[in-house]
Write a protein that binds this ligand. Structure first.
Ligand SMILES: NCc1[nH]cc(CCC(=O)O)c1CC(=O)O
Length: 335
C-alpha cells in the first residue's frame, strides 16, 4: 500500500491534501493543548491510514500566545478576544503551520480573513467540575453549593463562573486564579482556596478526573460556549487539506458548536461579559440551547432556553443571543 504520494520534486505529499509532509500542526504549549493535539492527530491517523503509517507525517509547532504569557492578571485586563489564538492565526496565515488545534471555547467567533474552522471533534463533556480543598465535602447532589462553607474562598479567572457562583452564593469570596490545569488544581489542594472550578473535559483529558468533587449540571452552571470541544483551523485557500480535515468532523459537535458560537456572536460581549452557552441534541433530533448573561457580581443573571431543529442551529443561536442581549443591561457588554 502506498503510504504517501510522491510530488514531482520527490518530497512526500499527504494524500488528498496536496501538502508536502510533514504537516506542521500549530498548538499552544500547555499540557492540555499538547494532549488535545495528540488526540486529534491520533484521530486523523485513524481516518487516514496513509498518514498513520508515515512516521514523519506531522510536525507539532508550539506557539506561545498572549494568554499563555501573561498569567498575573485577569484576561479582561490584558485585552480582547483571541488571546489564546492570535499568534497561532499569524503562523497559519504566513505559512509557518498548515493547520492548528484549539480548545474551541478559546477561539473567537469571528476568525481572521483567510482562516476557517475545518472541523470539530466529538465533545468530551461540557460541564464545569467542582474541586474542593481537603476536608471539604462530600457534595450534596441536591444542592451542590452546600459543600462550600459560608464565605468560602473560590479561585477562578472566569467571569462566567464568578457570576453564577455569586448569584447562587453572594457570600462567597472570589479570588483570581489563573494558570494551567495542574496549577489551578494545586491551589485548591494546598488550601490557597477552598474550591475552584475547571472544565471537566480538560481534567478528563489530562487524567485528573479523580480530583473532581462533582460535575456541575449545565443548568446550575451554564458552561462556556463550545466548552469540551476541540476545533481545527486551516487556511481557507487550502481547500484539499480542509476537505481532509472535514472528513473527521463530529456532526453533533458541529451542530452544537454552530448554535453556541452563533449565540456568542449575537451577544457580542467583551471578555468582561459573563456569558454561558450550552447546546445539546435531544433524542428527537432537535437542538436544545441554553444561553446566559449576567453581571460579574451576580446581581443580574438572565438564563433562557430554546429548542429548534438542528438544521437551524445558527438561527437558534442568533435569535436566542439577540433576545438575551435585548433584555440584559447594555453596560455588561462594554469593554
Ligand atoms: N482557557 C481555559 C480552557 N480552555 C479549554 C479548557 C478545557 C478544555 C475544553 O473546554 O475543551 C480550559 C480549562 C478550563 O476551562 O478549565
Amino acid at each position: 500500500m502506498k503510504m504517501h504520494q510522491e510530488s514531482s520534486s520527490g518530497s512526500k505529499v499527504a494524500p488528498h491534501s496536496g501538502r508536502r509532509l510533514p504537516l506542521r500542526v500549530g498548538t499552544r504549549g500547555s499540557p492540555l493543548a499538547l494532549r488535545q493535539t495528540d488526540m486529534f492527530l491520533a484521530a486523523l491517523r485513524e481516518i487516514c491510514p496513509a498518514l498513520g503509517f508515515a512516521p514523519d507525517a506531522f510536525a507539532p509547532e508550539i506557539i506561545s500566545t498572549t494568554g499563555d504569557r501573561v498569567t498575573d492578571r485577569p484576561l479582561a485586563e490584558i485585552g480582547g478576544k483571541g488571546l489564546f489564538a492570535k499568534e497561532i492565526h499569524e503562523a497559519l496565515l504566513d505559512g509557518r503551520i498548515d493547520f492548528a488545534v484549539h480548545s474551541l471555547k478559546d477561539l473567537e467567533t469571528a476568525l481572521p480573513d483567510g482562516i476557517i474552522l475545518a472541523c470539530t471533534m466529538k465533545r468530551e463533556d461540557a460541564r464545569d467540575a467542582l474541586i474542593l480543598a481537603d476536608g471539604l465535602g462530600p457534595v450534596n447532589d441536591g444542592d451542590i453549593w452546600s459543600s462550600l462553607p459560608k464565605g468560602a474562598r473560590v479561585g477562578t479567572s472566569s467571569v462566567r463562573r464568578q457570576a453564577q457562583l455569586l448569584h447562587a452564593r453572594p457570600d462567597l469570596q472570589i479570588g483570581l486564579l489563573r494558570g494551567n490545569v495542574r496549577t489551578r488544581l494545586d491551589a485548591a489542594r494546598i488550601g490557597t482556596f477552598d474550591a475552584t472550578l475547571l472544565a471537566l473535559a480538560g481534567l478528563r483529558r489530562l487524567g485528573f478526573e479523580e480530583e473532581v468533587a462533582a460535575a456541575i449540571d449545565p443548568e446550575a452552571m451554564v458552561p462556556a460556549a463550545c466548552q469540551g470541544i476541540v476545533g481545527i483551523t486551516v487556511r481557507a485557500a487550502d481547500s484539499r487539506l480542509a476537505e481532509l480535515l472535514a472528513a473527521i468532523e463530529n456532526h453533533e459537535a458541529k451542530a452544537v458548536s454552530k448554535a453556541e458560537r452563533a449565540l456568542l456572536a449575537a451577544l457580542d460581549g467583551s471578555c468582561r461579559t459573563p456569558i454561558g452557552g450550552h447546546a445539546r441534541l435531544l433524542p428527537d433530533g432537535n437542538l436544545h440551547l441554553t444561553g446566559l448573561t449576567a453581571r460579574p457580581d451576580g446581581s443580574f443573571l438572565l438564563k433562557r432556553s430554546e429548542v429548534a431543529n438542528a438544521a437551524d442551529a445558527a438561527r437558534l443561536g442568533a435569535e436566542l443571543g439577540a433576545s438575551l442581549r435585548r433584555d440584559s443591561p447594555a453596560d455588561i457588554f462594554l469593554d
